[in-house]
Structures are given as C-alpha cells and as structure tokens.
Write a protein that binds this ligand. Sequence first.
Ligand code: C2O
Ligand code: CU
Ligand code: CU
Length: 502
Amino acid sequence: MIRPTRRSLLKGGLAAAGSVLLLAGCGDGNTRNSYSTVGTLDFSNPLRIPPLARSTRSADGARVFELAATEGSTQFLPGTSTPTWGYNGSYLGPTIRAARGDKVRLTVVNRLPETTSVHWHGMHLPAAMDGGPHQPVEPGAAWTPEWVLDQPAATLWYHPHPHGATEQQVNRGLAGLFLVDDPDAAPEGLPHSYGRDDIPVIVQDRSFAKDGSLTNGPRGLTGLTGNSILVNGTWNPHRRVETEAVRLRLLNASSARSYSFGFDDGRSFAVIASDGGLLAAPAGVHRVLLSPGERAEAVVRFSPGERVELRAFPHQLGMSEALDNGAGGNDTLSILQFRAAARLSPSPELPANLGGPGEPDLSAIAATRTFILNGTQINGRQLDHNRIDTVVGAGTTEIWNVSNTHNQPHNFHIHDVRFRILDINGAAPPPELAGLKDTVFLPVRASARLAVPFGRYADAAAPYMYHCHLLWHEDSGMMGQFTVVEPGQAGSEPPAAAGHSH
Ligand code: C2O
Ligand code: CU
Ligand code: CU
C-alpha cells in the first residue's frame, strides 16, 4: 500500500524502502522514513456521506436527537471486516444539523463495554452540557444534555472525551459532525446542499493489522499515526462531482497527524470558514494546514470530465527531519479523488463578503495570561481534576499568550469559545486563520497571541477544559480546567504556576 518517496529511497537505500511498513511498526516508533501513497490507490470506493441525524420535536419545542455509541464491524478494505465503534452505526456517527436559536436535546446512550463521554467540540454551551471528562456516561447509561444554539454558522464536531481513553475511542471510530446553520446570516452563493455540493471530508489516518483490525501503532512522540487514510470512514475513496463548485467541510479527526491539504495539479481554492464560522471574505490558497481537531470549509471549482486528487503534502513540524518523518510531517498522502461529470450544473461565483468578523474588539481586556506548552504539561502542570487552573469572568475578553517551548509540535484548543489569533510568531495570521477559531496549531517553538471572548454561562462548580488536541498528549494530561464565573468573582484563582514544575 505504501510507496517510499525518492527522498527516502536515496536516504535509506532500497532495502529499507521495501520495509517501510515494518519499520513503522517496530522500534520506538519515533522515527521512520517518510513515504508517499501517491499512485497506490485506484479510488474505487464511492465516498461515504454520513447521514443527517433524524430529530423529533418534543412538547417543549426542543429538537431531540439520539446517539447510541455501539460496537460493530465495518468493511474498509476489500474482503475484510474491521471491528469498530460508532454512533448509530458501526463507524463515525450521523451529521447533526440544527440552526441558531434551536433548542437541542441529545440523548447519548452508551452501549459500549467502557465509560465514554460525548463532547461538542466548538460549541458554546453551559459547562455541565460540555461532555468533557466531568460528564462520564457509564456502560448501559444515558446522558441527556440540552442547550440553545447561539453562535455563528459553523462546522463543529463531536467526539468522546473520557480522560485517558480519548485517543483509543476516537481511533475505533467515535466521532461525527455537528453543523450549525444561521439562516439569517447565510450569504448568497455558497454551495449548501448537504451530500450534493456541500460535503463532509472527515480525514483520519489508521493502520490495519493483517486480520483487518485497527492497530494501536505506530505511536510516535506525537501519538498514533496511521499509514492508511480514511475519509468519512471510506478507504480508497472517490467522489462524483456534478456541480461546478463544491464546498468541502474538512475536519482533521486524526489523533496526531496534521495535514497540509491541496490538489495534485496545484490549483487554488477558496477557504471560506475556519473552526468557528465564516471568514470575512474568501481566502484564495493553494494549501490549508489542519492539525487535529481543526476544521476549514473550502470551495473548489471543477471542469467537466476532469479527475483531480485532494492530497496532503509535506510540511514542517519543526523537529529534526527524522522526528518529523516519524510524526508524518514529510509524508505525501492521497486523500480523495474527485471525478467531475461530463456536464456540470452551474454554481454561482462566491460572494466577496461572507459576513465573518472584522477586527477583534480589544477595547476592554480583562486579563492577560500566559500558557507554556512543554512536554505533556501546560504551565508546568498536568491535569488535576481537583484543581481549577484558570478562572475567567463571564462575558469578558482576555488575551492568552500560548507558547510552545517544547521540541515537539502541539496545538491548543479551548472549549466553549471562538477566539481570534492576533498574531502567530509575531506576525499577523494568514487570512484563513484570521477568523473564528477554537484550536490553533503550534509547531515546535511557535507562539500565538489570542483574543478570547468568554461566554455568558457562569458556573463556578463546572469547569471547561483547554488542552493540546493531539489526543495522546491530551490523554497524558496536557490539559487544564477553567471556570467561567460572574465577572466580579474572577480574581479568585491561584497564582499562575508558570516557571514552577510539577
Ligand atoms: Cu475536541 Cu476537549 O476537545
Ligand atoms: Cu472541544
Ligand atoms: Cu501536544
């Protein structure tokens, strides 16, 4: 399945090149040759599109969704079935879709043999509904959070968040999309027909054992990296294109791999949205880089009859070349082939203005804080369920300076909020990172200054989390807890622990 790149052929010689898979599966997993899967796939499988979740309307007007986490088996590879987990199915889950202003109620039923939780990544909601490690769902139990959607239209997702087991549960297949619509603020001219010209692209790397089961390796410094790409749970996928323009809702739902997405012919495309919603204007790019947990919406134009491949290209993680290889940074991966029909229905030009946010409002900054990422610690500490690390005031805006001082890549995700990147490594963010974000990628020694407006749900007893979204780091405790309290009470936190250790 794997073909070595010329670079690894030259470096490692033919003998090593022939055993890339073996190399990747043994040793400490931290180094291996980079590889390319280009030319190894025939894209024969039609891309699966997760079904839209059904909902019912309860007497109090809530839209009620049900998610049952279950064990099952899935056929990814020809003639082989793989034991997997999924929501309402054997792998991944349905796409939940609801509109701003809707009251949603989700019944999560756990039919797995172990404790899980379901976190609504990117959602503004009360901390008690957040689905982090504080809201475990035991085997056989159900949990029914509810809240009113109150945030811009965006591509969000849901996934398990039980402390110490998140990587394993996501690896088995637990994840799904949660699309928020905002009909009152929807610009004209964006593709928006789900499964037709508006398609989910959930990208995950997996490794399969000979018997078809998913393996837990290799785990390098950054976590699991697989050598086979699944898109929406489809291996070797293609997608028929019937319209001139297609909107791709890209989600990196992998454990540790980051992807620099682009096309094999180098065409440009328009990024229209980041994690938390639409940008101010379409950003023309050739590549968009997503670390685990990040999303981007892209609009791509096609010509009749063509075949074009979405790929992930090498990009710098900032480590040595050997370690970047081990973490997948130098791999070239075929992701998804598009097959355009001989006749395409016309699509409108993109609007020049998408209605996303302008300059962030920095007129009232309540506090400035520093978060140092190093090892699997934040400010020298690992997660302690009994410690609230940060207390913020409801409705206030803070500046968070997040620095990766470690010689490994990390990222930083904050629950409940949509922040703005003011600068990254001292420079203004590129346009595709200048909108609403909830996760920021920080390769080795990178730093970012974030403007973080906190929500209005105050609850001194229930914390939200911030953490590295490389799932193995998260499971290892690279996570902190914050509470949102009435603004007058926000001074009550312990002094920052930066510079201290353990
Ligand atoms: Cu996807 Cu705590 O997050
Ligand atoms: Cu989250
Ligand atoms: Cu990390």
